[in-house]
Design a protein around this ligand. Structure first.
Ligand SMILES: Nc1ncnc2c1ncn2[C@@H]1O[C@H](COP(=O)(O)OP(=O)(O)OP(=O)(O)O)[C@@H](O)[C@H]1O
Ligand SMILES: [Mg+2]
Length: 219
């Protein structure tokens, strides 16, 4: 279980969150919705330890995590978090395969050979096997989206953070990605998706909406 309590966050003098609470359990798909610019990405970044909070508490598996400590959070992120970024953050001059296995080279949780096998099996599932040796700059937006998704899963994380993971996808790829989230749910992962896409609602267990610097659970 991931639990954030009374989180406050400001950028300069602008309030983003005022004492917000949030939780997500294993085997749960939780949505984070709200208008553009309201703080969805910021909240995912806080969970990932990529943004500091002004106050509040962060718990994982009933243990407090010091989420403003860079060393603690880089270890925590490596071990537990797969993050699909809104802008993908792929390396254009690397191939698809090189991008996918990049986290493995940093973390050393798997050997490179194992990582390549994992990458290839994901690529088959997401119809990217022909793209593996292409440089990312030469593939389409929807293909990039799928590469970013695969890269987030390569280390087999317990928590998956997905920032608008379906915006660039056509109907077939959208269905694939939805099935993947459902599969991750079966594997008892924690899945948190920031989205505007109403089509995702049907697979969500719970939804939160950010309004007026608060996060409210919406029906
Ligand atoms: N590093 C930063 N410094 C100052 N302000 C920031 C910073 N990053 C984001 N903001 C501001 O914080 C607010 C929340 O941004 P955020 O990116 O979290 O919104 P969002 O809900 O993800 O929006 P979108 O749906 O467009 O992706 C915005 O008003 C944004 O301009
Ligand atoms: Mg965003």
């Amino acid at each position: 279980m991931l639990k954030l309590e009374k989180i406050c966050k400001k950028y300069d003098n602008k309030n983003i969150f005022r004492k917000v609470n949030f939780r997500a359990s294993t085997g749960e798909i939780v949505l984070l919705t709200g208008e553009s610019g309201i703080g969805k990405t910021t909240f995912l970044e806080i969970i990932a330890g990529l943004r500091k909070i002004d106050s509040g508490k962060y718990y994982y598996d009933n243990q407090e995590i010091l989420c403003n400590d860079d060393d603690i959070m880089s270890g925590f992120r490596n071990k537990n978090i797969g993050y699909i970024l809104q802008d993908f953050a792929l390396v254009d001059d690397y191939t698809v395969l090189e991008n996918i296995i990049l986290p493995v080279l940093y973390s050393r949780f798997f050997s490179k050979e194992e990582a390549i096998l994992r990458a290839k099996s994901f690529a088959l599932k997401f119809y990217l096997e022909k793209e593996l040796d292409k440089k990312v700059r030469f593939i389409s937006g929807g293909q990039k989206q799928r590469v970013a998704i695969i890269r987030s899963l390569i280390l087999n994380p317990e928590i998956i953070l997905a920032d608008e993971p379906t915006t660039n996808l056509d109907k077939n790829n959208f269905r694939l990605v939805l099935e993947m989230f459902q599969e991750l749910k079966k594997q008892e992962k924690i899945i948190i998706i920031a989205t505007h896409d109403d089509r995702i609602k049907k697979i969500a267990d719970r939804s939160y909406k950010i309004v007026n610097q608060e996060i409210i659970e919406s029906p």
